[in-house]
Design a protein around this ligand. Structure first.
Ligand code: ADP
Length: 430
């Protein structure tokens, strides 16, 4: 039997014990009055505690507002403990939940949780930026109302999520997103969004590069194959024979130059950081001048301007190749009678190597693209000059391995200026 009932029975028995003698020896009504008074007191006591419980249940705060006497104390104590445990459990879960949300927010991938109707329940800030949505405003919205690309809508409706979907967004700048859908509990779907813009760009560059290389090699190969066929099938005079062989040698030389430049590019791309040799700039400038004179064959004036101060620290081979490419271009793109000026200036703040020519110049719109592989302003002219279209790509790469910046300025018809600026850390000034 519950203890409250026993207590009520004991109290009733007590009031009867007190009331019976009064009823017998004083008067019956006095006995009844005492019984009633006992019951009324009990009712008042229980009613007060019940009232307290009622008030507390509306605002269950764990403090001493809920204190009762007798058996009520035990009930209130149990309620307190239950309430306190419940609060602790809620606090713990809310902590876990906050930590899980913080982890989802920290993800570099976008995450969107969709309900059975593909409405947004939650998304992290990365997804907000990727899809251009705002959780506060768009929560509860069907995702297809916000991401309207037909490929996405079709993908979501087909519900075949065995492969991710690649979506292109163009908001000023093109972004490529790879979307993975993972259905999980209670018809919900987790949408994971990876930004693959960079790898897509690299893939595109690789495809372009392979196409460019094939194209560059196919042209001389086709010419070679044509001459070979002619020589095999048609009787030619010894003079024609010599002429054809000379043209074939030219084409094979062209292929060799392309392959050589490709090998140079790939070797500097995969090479470890350049070694720190001390490159004697006076010697290097002298070598560059001699090479320029040899290439020019006396058709240009070659000028070297330097006070002989300062040397460079880096890979001599790479620097010779980079500077040599700039000098060779200056000679090749400057008509006979022009001037090519080589300058070197070093201070404690850094150094600058400059090649300036009075040649054909470059129109402004081409300048930002000159260091792309196989980019030429005039394909025919570059080919005739023995260019491969890879020279400035090699230059830029070698210079950036030495933390140097390539700056190009030019005026069509007046000439160009290519400058390589090295940071102080690469310069040794005695
Ligand atoms: P190429 O082997 O064709 O010279 P580069 O990468 O060295 O390839 O140069 C890319 C293009 O930049 C050239 O095709 C040419 O159009 C232009 N260019 C480079 N240097 C000069 C220069 N000094 N004067 C004018 N145009 C230049």
């Amino acid at each position: 039997m519950p203890s409250q009932v026993i207590q009520a029975v004991v109290l009733a028995a007590l009031s009867l014990l007190i009331a019976i003698p009064f009823g017998v020896f004083v008067a019956a009504w006095v006995g009844w009055a005492l019984v009633c008074a006992g019951l009324v007191l009990q009712m008042i006591f229980h009613f007060r505690n019940f009232n307290r419980l009622d008030r507390w249940s509306k605002h269950p705060i764990v403090d001493n507002s809920l204190e009762g006497g007798g058996e009520w104390d035990g009930i209130f104590g149990r309620l307190y403990r239950h309430e306190r445990d419940l609060r602790n459990e809620i606090a713990r879960r809310s902590d876990d939940f906050d930590r899980a949300i913080a982890a989802i927010q920290a993800l570099t991938d976008g995450v969107v949780i969709l309900d059975t109707h593909n409405q947004i329940i939650f998304c992290n800030t990365t997804a907000e930026q990727q899809l251009g949505i705002t959780l506060r405003i768009d929560q509860g919205q069907a995702v297809v109302n916000l991401v309207r690309q037909p490929e996405f809508v079709g993908y979501l409706m087909a519900r075949d999520f065995s492969r991710p979907l690649t979506l292109r967004f163009d908001r000023g700048e093109e972004r490529v997103l790879s979307i993975f859908m993972v259905p999980y509990a209670k018809g919900r779907t987790l949408m994971q969004i990876k930004d693959v813009t960079q790898s897509d760009r690299l893939d595109q560059m690789r495809r372009d590069f392979v196409a460019n290389v094939s194209h560059e090699l196919r042209t001389p190969l086709t010419v070679l194959a044509g001459f070979l066929e002619t020589l095999q099938e048609i009787e030619v005079t010894p003079e024609e024979h010599r002429h054809f062989l000379a043209l074939m040698a030219e084409q094979s030389q062209r292929m060799q130059s392309i392959v050589q430049d490709l090998l140079t590019l790939s070797s500097i791309e995969s090479a470890p950081p350049p070694v720190n040799e001390l490159v004697d700039m006076v010697n290097l400038l002298d070598k560059l001048r001699r090479d320029a004179e040899a290439l020019s064959g006396g058709r240009h004036t070659i000028v070297v301007e330097t006070d002989g101060q300062g040397d460079l620290q880096g890979s001599e081979q790479e620097l010779v190749s980079a500077f040599g490419n700039l000098v060779a271009n200056a000679v090749r793109y400057t008509p006979a009678g022009g001037t090519v000026r080589l300058a070197w200036q070093a201070t404690a703040q850094g150094a600058e190597f400059v090649v300036q020519d009075s040649g054909i110049g470059i129109e402004a719109q081409h300048i930002p693209r000159l260091t792309e592989r196989f980019y030429r302003v005039d394909r025919g002219r570059s080919r005739d000059a023995g260019g491969t279209g890879l020279g400035l790509a090699i230059v830029k790469h070698s210079l950036s391995r030495h933390q140097a910046q390539l700056e190009i300025s030019s005026k069509p018809g007046s000439g160009s200026r290519f400058s390589a600026r090295f940071p102080a850390a690469r310069v040794v000034v005695v």
